[in-house]
Design a protein around this ligand. Sequence first.
Ligand code: CTP
Ligand code: MG
Length: 431
Amino acid sequence: MLRPIAHRDFPFYTPKGAIPVGGALRDLLLGRRPQDLDFVAEDPRKAAQDAQSHLGGTLFPLDEERGQYRLVTGGLVLDFSPLEGSLEEDLLKRDFRLNALFWRQNRILGIRGADEDLNRRVLVPVREANLYEDHLRSLRAVRLAASLGLGLPGETRNALSHHARFLQAHLEALPARERVKEELSRLLLSPRAAWGFHLLERTGLLDVYLPELRLLVGLKQGGVHHLDGWQHTLSVLFHLAWLWPEAPLEARLAALYHDVGKPLTRRFDPEAGRFRFLGHAEVGAELTGASLEWLRFPKETVERAKALVRRHMDRPPEGKQALRRFYFRRHHLLPALPYLMAADRLGTKGVEKEAWEVLEAYWETLSEPLPERPLLSGEEVMALLDLKPGPQVGRALEALLLAQAEGRVRTREEARAFLLYWKGDGTNTPA
Ligand SMILES: Nc1ccn([C@@H]2O[C@H](COP(=O)(O)OP(=O)(O)OP(=O)(O)O)[C@@H](O)[C@H]2O)c(=O)n1
Ligand SMILES: [Mg+2]
């Protein structure tokens, strides 16, 4: 039985014979701008062509056999699918009640419970069994809840836990890794990412999708740590986004994985009287790489996240020159690295003050940007030092660039003087 939910216009072009459905209507009712539009139609290809002739853009089949077409135009994505059965039957096959909506003749209609969920801002499956029709839906629930700010009532959580248990017992049912990666990325980039990962852990979905991180749950740390390994991880993720709301995916991944090496490196040190995790950054970087590669994250994202995990324990030195050298050597990880180091400290009791020190020192020392290229060219260096092309020229240019980064060399004149004293054996370039 379908119910009217709201009287309103659909503020996008709607081709003849096409009916707007799903998330876009939900977004409008929640006061958000839809990111993409979904339509059902008797003849999806014809509807898509009609939309293209009005809006322009690129039209291509997503799945010709199933009659799914996509039009990409002016920052919008329009998807067209065939209507199978009645509209009500279509809605009853969808994932969550507040997504089970369609628009017609200035009205949004939905299934029973959709308006209630929209008012209460909660996510409830159309039917628990629908979670099993597309096994990605439980993960999608957590992502939608975190990105739209929706609550998950007890029944929904129970349904997600049951589904997680099902997936643990039926690994062959796991959705394609690319789809998992997409949901995890969107969850991480959402404003409530830390809460979302907490939910993943509570429902058992963390076990299913990120078993290596599951080992942090309950991991006693001691020392300056007041939280277990997983609580600390969530706190770091929270603080990273708080300090740096624009943090890109690789920085968020690094926050999520930064201590993944701890369970494997935990040793009790009788002299210190506490646990230590020597080498956890290096071990963690390898685990991060393996995990993200498995999930098919792009190579560049994997490399950056790995490098951030590997470097997160490096201690920034004191003194402007030393600190500029430190960040110059890690310039491809800026500004993610100081933000990660600060977030790590904010998630640890007693060292919160250091977070501000790390960030202030970073901004202060880097107020003068790091150099991008040496002040002299390769030819000039060869002429000056009477060198033939070879590795020594590269070393000279590298030493010069480092001296520029440290602020010891500022002009071409100083660059020449620096190189004439440079012996090429590292004796005048402190490590
Ligand atoms: N696994 C899925 C994915 C989608 N849908 C349905 O298809 C609609 C459109 O899907 P999609 O655009 O992927 O998701 P949205 O809910 O719109 O959310 P977002 O666009 O933010 O991903 C959803 O609203 C829902 O009705 C579904 O039932 N099951
Ligand atoms: Mg959508």
